[in-house]
Structures are given as C-alpha cells and as structure tokens.
Design a binder for this molecule. Structure first.
Ligand SMILES: O=C(O)CCC(=O)C(=O)O
Ligand SMILES: [Fe+2]
Length: 201
C-alpha cells in the first residue's frame, strides 16, 4: 500500500497519531529556543545548477539549524524508519541529515532536487502555516540537465501540482527525483522540521 503510493505519487505520510503530541510540543519549543542561533542560508547565484550526484541547487533564502535532543528523538522514532523502508522498498535506512527551517516573508527556494543520497525526505510544519510546496511529479524521471534547462528562466513555475506541508504530520517524499520548490513565503513566520534517510540495503 505505502509502496504503491510511493511509486505512484512520490509521497507518503506517517499516520498523524503515531508521533506523540508531547514530542511535537518539545520540537516546537526547541525550535523557538534555537531560533536566535539559526544560520542564514542564502544562495543568490541565478539559475539552476546540476551537481554530480544528480541534485539540482538553485537560489534560496531561509534560516536553518541542525536542532537538539528533541529533533534527535524524532529522527530515531521507529515510525519514520518503518514508513521509509516500506515506501522505498529498503530493508535498512539511516537518517543522514535533519534540521529546522525558518521562513519569513520573501524567503523561498527555487526549483531543485535534493541531495542524491536522500532516499526519502520528510517534512512537517511546526509553527505557522507552511501552506504548500511546488511539486512537479510528472517530471520525476526527467534528467536533471533537462530540468535545469527548462526552469532556469522561470523562478517559480505555474503549472505545478502542489504539495501540502501539514502541521505536525510527517510527509515523506521523493525529493531526489521530483523537482520541487517553495514560493516566496507570505506570512510572518513558518517553522518546519525536515530530515532525510538514506537506504543502506
Ligand atoms: O519548504 C519546503 O517545504 C521545502 C524545503 C525543501 O525542499 C528542502 O529543504 O530541500
Ligand atoms: Fe528539497
């Protein structure tokens, strides 16, 4: 079921009640506490660059932080691993990166593909309304070079599918293959948690 959904749609959800409410509270509190240490991430070089691992980098602006104990607890939660394995058909996975992201008005991330090692990328909203991410599932299998050529002159495409980033629900997606982006953020503050797992078998 999860496997079919992954292959068809490129995304799956960790059932909403699996992660305890207390852990979500801890994550929101941890993100708030770490906000003043968040690191600006700003890439202004225009256009899309393809890297050798198949990923695509593009202009972006936000703040990030690798988090603390609450985030480590989330990443170690067995549900994330189980959903990731069942969806992707892997038998063993390891979390390879995780963090909080802060979006303020105008912050954005243009069309990109995630780091090649990320078999599945998870995200969830913690604070504010994260709305939707732009999502191009029909271009999942298009070579990165073609994606870069096609979108270099178009900062935020129009003909997208949208992908909701839900409050306190982890959604896992094929961010390595499905090109995706975040249009300029319009509200005061959105805080997101994200992590990615790599297949080991
Ligand atoms: O803001 C989002 O929802 C997407 C973020 C993203 O794609 C990334 O961090 O790689
Ligand atoms: Fe991404």
């Amino acid at each position: 079921m999860l496997r079919a959904q992954w292959l068809g749609d490129g995304h799956v959800q960790v059932p909403a009640d699996t992660i305890p409410a207390g852990l979500w509270d801890d994550l929101a509190a941890e993100a708030t506490k770490l906000e003043h240490d968040a690191i600006p991430r700003e890439r202004t070089v225009p256009g899309l660059q393809t890297l050798r691992d198949g990923s695509i980098t593009s202009p972006q602006r936000c703040h990030v932080h690798p988090g603390g104990e609450a985030l480590k607890t989330l990443v170690r939660h067995p549900a994330l691993m189980e959903v990731a394995c069942e969806a992707t058909g892997s038998t063993r996975m390891v979390a390879i990166r995780w963090g909080y992201k802060w979006y303020r008005p105008g912050d954005h991330m243009q069309v990109h593909r995630d780091e090649g090692k990320c078999t599945i990328t998870y995200s969830a909203g913690l604070v504010g309304d994260l709305g939707t991410m732009g999502w191009l599932p029909n271009l999942r299998w298009l070579p990165s070079r073609e994606i870069a050529d096609r979108f270099s002159g178009e900062e935020f495409p129009h003909d997208d599918g949208t992908f909701p980033v839900l409050h306190r629900v982890m959604t896992g997606f094929d961010g390595v293959r499905v090109p995706h982006w975040r249009p300029p953020y319009e509200q005061d503050l959105g805080v997101m948690v994200t992590c990615c797992f790599a297949s080991r078998a």
